[in-house]
Design a protein around this ligand. Structure first.
Ligand code: PMP
Length: 361
């Protein structure tokens, strides 16, 4: 095979330096895959039927996903132009960063947070400004406000924060956005919003019409609560002018007809799917409580995952979970994220977590 160094194509150095995207490990039949915050429930029969009925594979899909936009607009009390659909919310995130931020521009976000953020900023050629989380794994809005400069173009706020778990409160968010210049985009990433049970949490779509702030875009996804991670469909709610810019920065036709049909069928079955979400949220609370009882300092867990602050022992402890048939996600030197999976996995996680907690400094 030709060595990469023999190929005279000039790849942008910052792209060449990027590590490949690390996906949560796949699991064999005898292991629980708790490494990608997926929904452990299988698709509803009605959702599968809707996907199977979309048979015109020789035709391109509707580029604007108008039916899904219309349905979501109705659902959240906004105009259809205030909704944008993407092949997963991560693709909309990329569009928003590309549309607002290029070389010399800064994008602020809390860290640690979703691993795609630094990667998207590098691809856009912009500069990432990472603001460390507080000791209890929450956004530090005083420090984030201080980080704003005249080069800031976008700020990403993740609530609940992946991988640590706590939400941003509505009061914190409102106060923060009031301090952000009107020409800076605030992306409120609510990928796990449906799992939230804390009444003080921010909810960008609580009020009909969205946040009422033109520089805030709310991101949601069908991947987590609605269990459609494999189909890739997410959405943004925000000002039409910002969403038009995202569309301009998008790769056209990336949302498939199957994804749109599955999302529509999921919205038609929303009550049943949200019942499952409640089951997962209850399971999460049991898991977090059980982990705290055996001595882990688990921060508030409001997504479909829990965080073990295992520090330098993260890799080693994750390997112990793996040895017991539990595929979890270590973040070297920091902690381990464990998704809330099948009911039978909970007791197993607690057993292994209890056996390794004593190894902590
Ligand atoms: N935001 C956050 C915080 C996430 O954790 C994820 C998925 N891990 C996403 C966005 C992207 O989800 P999707 O592209 O599947 O909609």
């Amino acid at each position: 095979m030709t060595e990469a160094s023999d190929i005279p194509i000039r790849v942008r150095p910052e792209i060449a330096a990027l590590p490949p995207y690390k996906q949560g490990r796949q699991a064999g039949d005898d292991a629980f895959k708790l490494s990608s915050n997926e929904n452990p429930f299988e698709p509803l029969p009605g959702v599968l039927e809707a996907v199977q009925a979309a048979t015109a594979l020789n035709r391109y899909p509707d580029a604007s996903a108008a039916r899904l936009r219309e349905r979501l607009a109705e659902r959240f009390g906004v105009d259809i132009d205030s909704i944008h659909i993407g092949a997963g919310s991560v693709s909309i995130l990329a569009q928003l960063v590309l549309a607002t931020s290029g070389p010399g521009d800064e994008v602020i976000y809390a860290w640690r947070s979703f691993e795609a953020y630094p990667w998207l900023v590098v691809v856009a050629g912009a500069t990432a400004v990472q603001v460390p989380l507080t000791a209890d794994a929450r956004h530090d809005f005083a420090a984030m406000t201080d980080a704003i400069t005249d080069r800031t173009r976008a700020i990403i706020v993740c609530s609940p924060n992946n991988p640590t778990g706590p939400v941003v409160t509505q009061a914190e968010f409102d106060q923060f956005v009031a301090a952000v210049p009107a020409d800076v985009l605030v992306i409120l990433d609510e990928a796990y919003a449906e799992f939230v049970t804390d009444p003080d949490s921010v909810d960008g779509l609580r009020e009909p019409g969205g946040t009422g702030r033109p520089n805030v875009v709310v991101l949601r996804t069908f991947s987590k609560a609605f269990g459609l991670a494999g189909l890739r469909v997410g959405y943004a709610v925000g000002h039409p002018r910002i969403l038009d810019a995202a569309r301009s920065a998008s790769i056209p036709l990336s949302v498939t007809a199957q994804a749109e049909e599955a999302a529509l069928a999921s919205l038609a079955a929303e009550a049943e799917l949200l019942e499952r979400v409640r089951t997962i949220a209850d399971r999460r609370d049991c898991l977090a409580e059980g982990l705290r009882e055996v001595g882990w300092r688990v921060p508030a867990a409001q997504g479909n995952f829990v965080w073990l602050p295992a520090g330098d022992e993260s890799r080693e402890i994750a390997a112990a979970f793996e040895g017991a048939g539990l595929i979890v996600r270590p973040f070297a030197g920091d902690g381990i994220r464990i998704s809330v999976g099948e009911e039978e996995s909970v007791e197993k996680v607690l057993r292994i977590a209890a056996s390794v907690v004593k190894d902590l400094p």
